[in-house]
Design a protein around this ligand. Structure first.
Ligand SMILES: Cc1ncc(COP(=O)(O)O)c(C=O)c1O
Length: 468
């Protein structure tokens, strides 16, 4: 567990003693220095910063003219191309124009209020939309860290506990939050470490909040039912970014976190949703447990007051997408998505046991590799990526290891007609590059089996996988 050293008072004191305070929560220059060489190589290799020339569902034309099947776009249900969503976007554009250039603290438009009412019903709490999930965090997290979201009359000092893999858009705010609260980081999904941190916080008179993702952007999920039980037992708050779980989990697409909760959102639970991934539009927002916290965010949320609202076309698109959540279309597409994920994970056999490696020994670890990190679990899951209610997440990771191999495999996949995200430091630790594969309902059988075969061939040819 890492104790992020900058709590409010000690940091202020240190800052007065030392005009150049230690950069313990953020060190952009060091990060850039380490990341530049590899990112430059990835760009030169055509794996990053690619401008597409055209698109036909999952088939895209790259800037060098090659046509590939992409596994990048996280519109898991294909709603971004749904005719009803496109028509909804055009309708609000026609009625309202593109944008009113003013803060929402002055004017909101009727369709935005309608969207928030509909999302509140879907998410069983009070929903506020923002132009992105990042701007949602910017508005909500400082208020949470200040203590006022939990009790605005008698706010107590807070301890903000980050999961090590909580999304970068939350980690980015650590220095800001450290001005308001004690900030610390615990290992991924480590409930024992969480328990100790919360108990320590309470012993110091602090209230605690745990920050995690619902479905992690690099694969796996948080143990949400255990977290909620522990939060009730120990009396602490949860702030869960469920961007990747939105729409693809839950009977009506209410998301992974809400699909595991009966009834209204519990007090002290805050859930972020995205409108950009399974929802098929753009933007995001927060579901709150009560109108008191809603009022505070609408009055004091930084980006609510000093940044743009959702684009009007997105409001129209999201209203139409919301209807698809209500009328059963999203449920139907979820089933199609599940079929495609299962096809990728299990192959044609569609058996509950991956054919190449077992669920318990999910990683094929090679000898003589640095950090034992060349693993090929692409057909299986790891301990944090087990099926929930029999369903697997759509983000499948291939642990490749050395950056040079990540680039090599990414390029070889393009030659075979597939484009996947190659992830490098700072997104993943140095020397532990990964391929990230976003499976969607819009992929067809041939595309999924083709990628699977290509990955296996490339892994075999590189000598990191031997198939019995
Ligand atoms: C888990 C998670 N949270 C937040 C974000 C940022 O979302 P946005 O682009 O809406 O700011 C992402 C981006 O993909 C994400 O994966």
């Amino acid at each position: 567990m890492t104790q992020d050293p900058q709590s409010t008072k000690s940091r202020q004191h240190a800052a007065t003693q030392d005009p150049k305070p230690a950069k313990s929560l953020r060190n952009t220059a060091a990060m850039v220095g380490r990341a530049v060489p590899i990112l430059d190589q990835a760009v030169s290799a055509g794996l990053m910063h690619v401008t597409l020339q055209d698109r036909a569902n999952k088939r895209v034309r790259l800037d060098d003219g090659r046509v590939v099947t992409e596994f990048i776009n996280c519109s898991y249900l294909g709603l971004d191309l749904h005719p009803a969503v496109l028509a909804g976007a055009k309708q609000v554009l026609d009625d309202w124009g593109i944008h009113l250039c003013c803060a929402r603290s002055r004017f909101s438009i009727g369709p935005n209020a309608l969207l928030e009412d509909g999302l509140s019903a879907l998410f069983r709490g009070r929903a506020i939309t923002f132009p992105s999930v990042t701007s949602t965090h910017m508005s909500v997290l400082p208020l949470l860290a200040s203590g006022v979201l939990l009790d605005d009359r008698h706010p107590r000092p807070m301890r903000v506990i980050f999961d090590r893999f909580a999304h970068a858009s939350m980690q980015y705010l650590k220095p800001i939050l450290a001005e308001e609260a004690q900030v610390c980081t615990i290992p991924h999904n480590d409930l024992d470490a969480l328990r100790s941190q919360v108990q320590e916080a309470h012993a110091c008179g602090q209230r605690a909040v745990y920050l995690a993702d619902g479905v992690y952007s690099m694969g796996g999920m948080c143990p949400v039912t255990d977290l909620i039980a522990m939060a009730q037992e120990l009396d602490f708050a949860l702030y869960i970014d469920d961007a990747h779980g939105t729409s693809i989990f839950g009977e009506q697409g209410e998301g992974y976190v809400l699909s595991q909760i009966q009834g209204p959102l519990p007090e002290q639970v805050f859930v972020c949703f995205s409108l950009a991934k399974g929802f098929g539009c753009n933007g995001g927002g927060i579901v709150l447990p009560n109108t008191r916290t809603e009022r505070l965010i609408r009055q004091f949320g930084q980006t609510y007051n000093f940044s743009a609202p959702l684009d009007f076309s997105l409001i129209g698109g999201a209203l139409a997408a919301l209807e698809l959540h209500r009328n059963g279309e999203v449920r139907r597409l979820q089933t199609q998505l599940d079929r495609q994920i299962a096809l990728f994970v299990y192959g044609e056999a569609q058996q509950p046991t991956p054919p190449l490696v077992s669920a318990t020994s999910s990683h094929l670890i090679l000898p003589n590799t640095r950090n034992h990190d060349v693993m090929v679990p692409f057909l299986t899951w790891n301990e944090h990526d087990r099926p929930i209610d029999g369903r697997l997440g759509p983000i499948r990771m291939v642990f490749v290891g050395e950056e040079a191999r990540g680039i090599d495999w990414g390029q070889k996949l393009i030659e075979r007609g597939y484009f996947v995200s190659a992830a490098f430091f700072p997104v993943v630790p140095r020397g532990r590059s990964q391929l990230r594969i976003a499976i969607t309902a819009g992929h067809d059988r041939q595309q999924i089996l083709g990628l699977r075969d290509a990955l296996r061939d490339i892994a075999e040819a590189s000598g990191v996988l031997s198939v019995a």
